[in-house]
Design a protein around this ligand. Sequence first.
Ligand code: BMA
Length: 334
Amino acid sequence: MPRTTIVGEPLPNIPWQDRPSGCSDVVWRYDRNPVVPRDAIPGADRVFNSAVVPWEGGFVGVFRADRRNGYPDLYVGRSPDSLRWDIDETAIRFVGEDGKPREPIVYGYDPRVVKVEDDHYVTWCNYFHGPTIGMARTRDFATFVQLENAFLPFNRNGVLFPRRVGGLYTMLSRPSDNGHTPFGDIYLSQSPDMTFWGKHRLVLKAPHYWWKNTKLGAGPIPIETSEGWLLIYHGVCQTCSGLVYSIGAALLDLEDPSGVLVDCAEYLLTPQAPYETQGFVANVTFPCASLQDPATGRIAIFYGAADTTCALAFAHVDEVIEYIRAHPSKPLAG
Ligand code: BMA
């Protein structure tokens, strides 16, 4: 039994591989990565930065695919094991809260999916005079009811908590610019109704550590544990050849998740495998979802690789929390 309690339903069919012998990394890769190839959807050239959840004994996902007009859109996929995916060839078409079809979205990317109370919610980066956080709810992954955009432009990486905190729906996001954003901190906002968002609080500022000193963005849905909310995020640095996206983690206070208990000074995973260092955008590992099994403490992290494919990595909750605590971020000395 894990020492850390993960709050949630057991997931005995979580995808899993033991850490390879000789590897001492806290997060290790699936040896058959990528799990979703770049040509998984006809008419799209890359499928990446996508979100999966358990569904009816198997798994369902909302996938980002970049089409030949250059715009990304959102597609539903299904899988018996979260390794072999059958992804729709047509993008999600939303209906409004009145049930009537809406105009297709201009673009949608970097989705996250979470069950909150009776509905599954999708948040994504949605066009509204530039990028902001789009929202929709579904009960069957067939009909998606688009809600109001959560924030003003420009914003990215909207990530809902799986339950209300202090009686309010709670979301992380990262205010940005309309381009490749050379800055970015994680903020928290709350809402009584999933429409009106306020009570904005700063959570994490991009710190001095060189691998994440340009910007940070929330990744998968925060994982509720006995030790706090486990937040897996992307941390970005600027190099002479462009931005590099690594995967980091922090623990947030359970009752007030704008409070950071400890942020890890070290990354858990950084682009190293060929499918992460080569692709449409080299050197990107961009986590958008995790699956976890409270019974075993296993965590499977879904991440986009080089803005081209979807990949999978594994970790154990006790080891991740031990690692975060063993390598706490500290203010710059001197
Ligand atoms: C961000 C987003 C992500 C992408 C990343 C790296 O701004 O557009 O979708 O993975 O850049 O290119």
